[in-house]
Design a protein around this ligand. Structure first.
Ligand code: BG6
Length: 500
């Protein structure tokens, strides 16, 4: 296993410090890195949020967050004491003037060290907070800004954010997070493709029939109803996570792992995506929204009733036209992928939580086997990002024994947890360390984000102009029937991730 090399002393300021992301991901990730003694003694975690809280109350609140996320036994006294010492809290309403001077005073106590400003807020604050940090005069060469996805809500707003943030922080100092890029199996995709000679000759239209990318969740929108209803699955999952996965599968081999080499290859894929507009919007996209149903045997409510719940004062979204499911047929106009579509689907309240990439090879050219030998299934390479991270390759084999030639598809299975016997770090652990180290390779460059918006904006506009409303699907199913039809029309079907 790779050892843990401590990072240089740093301070991290988390805007949105009491929010969902901070509670569930950032604080637990920093705690894990501290457990592995990767954080220097003097480094500080400064949470910034609107509510009034003392440092002591913040320490208790963080302790509870860790217990909620990591379990009762996560609090090891020695680690906790070290971690609690790092915690500071500042009350700042990001739209107001109070509290900024205290922030400047606090970060200036350790002026020259690495400073990470993490914006775990809605994108509307990215530009204003960057500008404010600029006027406070606290930014220097060792400062970095981290922007949570989504960067904007469309191309125009993304450009405005990039411009405003870019006026204070250089591109090298700007880290646009897509946490899928920090997932271990996504990293492994690079190893699989570029550290094995087996795949490259097959990685093209002549050998691959199509690719499927599924990111399914059992959860509904939880307490994020307000945000989600303004966002929808296309902006929340496709514009970023799913397009990033598609790029890593489809890109040419970079000449090295250098930050710009990989990103230069990804942007070529984004620019080669065939636009989905006009009549294609109805033929190549499916929008869905969940109705009440059952997930894992538990009855769950419809999206329209769920949004607003948990947020006092918010009305239920009876008329909401937001999609909680999207399926797309994506074509890439280049030599490698012509006539090899990529099918993408993602949704909430689906039967299982699973992220996987399925590379379906073409069938054999001619069968030499008798009809009663059984079906000759094309080979499939399945890369599971979660759960049970690993790779399987289905191969046709002969059933052993006498009594005729019977064929059977069997998986060659590499489940990483079994192979490596270790805890898989959360993506945020890796990404936070990369920010502190100053390595932007796993983050989205400005042109990537803008190219991804340019492509998704056309779909959103198509939905609006052609009045494509989400089709209802029952919670606990694989989305509207139109999703199955999307592949059926091409003589294909979705792989059911539950069938392993
Ligand atoms: C986030 C989305 O980016 O990714 C959420 O905003 C989604 O809606 C989450 O639930 C899924 O991440 P993961 O790592 O659980 O697959």
């Amino acid at each position: 296993m790779a050892g843990f090399v401590p990072v240089d002393p740093f301070d991290i300021v988390i805007f949105g410090g009491t929010g969902d992301l901070s509670r569930r991901k950032l604080l637990p990730a920093l705690y894990h890195r501290d457990t592995d003694q990767q954080l220097p003694e003097s480094s500080r975690i400064i949470s910034v949020a609107r509510s009034t809280m003392s440092d002591e109350e913040n320490v208790q609140w963080v302790r509870q967050c860790l217990i909620d996320s990591l379990g009762d036994d996560c609090i090891e006294p020695e680690v906790w004491e070290r971690f609690a010492h790092r915690l500071h809290y500042l009350t700042i309403d990001l739209t107001g003037d109070d509290g900024w001077a205290q922030l400047a005073e606090m970060v200036n106590q350790e002026r020259d060290r690495i400073q990470v400003y993490y914006l775990a807020t809605s994108p509307g604050f990215f530009g204003p907070v960057a500008t404010r940090l600029g006027t406070l005069g606290v930014i220097h060469d060792n400062s970095r800004i981290v922007l949570e996805k989504p960067v904007g809500t469309d191309l125009e707003s993304a450009r405005a954010i990039n411009r405003e943030v870019g006026a204070v922080f250089s591109e090298q100092q700007t880290y646009r997070i897509d946490h899928y890029l920090g997932k271990e199996t996504v990293q492994n995709l690079m190893a699989l493709r570029f550290a094995n000679s087996l795949f490259e000759p097959l990685w093209q239209r002549g050998a691959i029939d199509h690719v499927q990318i599924t990111v399914s969740e059992k959860l509904g929108v939880g307490t994020r109803g307000d945000f989600y209803d303004r966002t929808g699955a296309l902006r929340d999952m496709v514009q970023n996570h799913m397009l990033q996965l598609l790029c890593l599968v489809a890109m040419e081999a970079p000449t090295s792992l250098d930050q710009n080499e990989i990103r230069d290859e990804k942007i070529k894929v984004l620019r080669a995506l065939r636009p989905i507009s006009g009549d294609d919007v109805k033929r190549k996209t499916v929008r869905g929204q969940y109705k009440a149903g059952a997930v894992d045997g538990e009855t769950v409510d419809a999206y329209r009733n769920e949004i607003g719940n948990g947020e006092p004062g918010k009305e239920s979204g009876k008329d909401s036209g937001t999609e909680t499911f999207v399926a797309l047929k994506v074509e890439i106009d280049n030599w490698r992928w012509a006539d090899t579509p990529f099918y993408l689907r993602t949704g909430k309240r689906l039967p299982t939580k699973c992220s996987e990439i399925v590379v379906q090879l073409r069938p054999v050219a001619h069968s030499i086997f008798a009809p009663d030998a059984g079906s000759l299934l094309p080979n499939r390479l399945v890369m599971r990002l979660q759960p049970n991270e690993g790779v399987t390759l289905s191969l046709m084999t002969k059933e052993p024994g006498p009594g005729g030639f019977k064929l059977r598809s069997l998986p060659l299975d590499l489940t990483f947890a079994e192979a490596f016997q270790l805890r898989y770090p959360d993506a945020y652990e890796r990404l936070l360390v990369e920010v502190i180290r100053g390595n932007p390779a796993l983050f989205m460059r400005r042109d990537e984000v803008e190219a991804a918006w340019a492509w998704t904006d056309q779909i959103i506009q198509g939905w609006e102009t052609q009045q494509v409303k989400p089709e209802p699907y029952m919670a606990g199913t694989w989305g509207p029937t139109a999703s199955a039809m999307l592949l059926d029309r091409d003589g294909r079907d979705w792989r059911d991730p539950v069938d392993d």
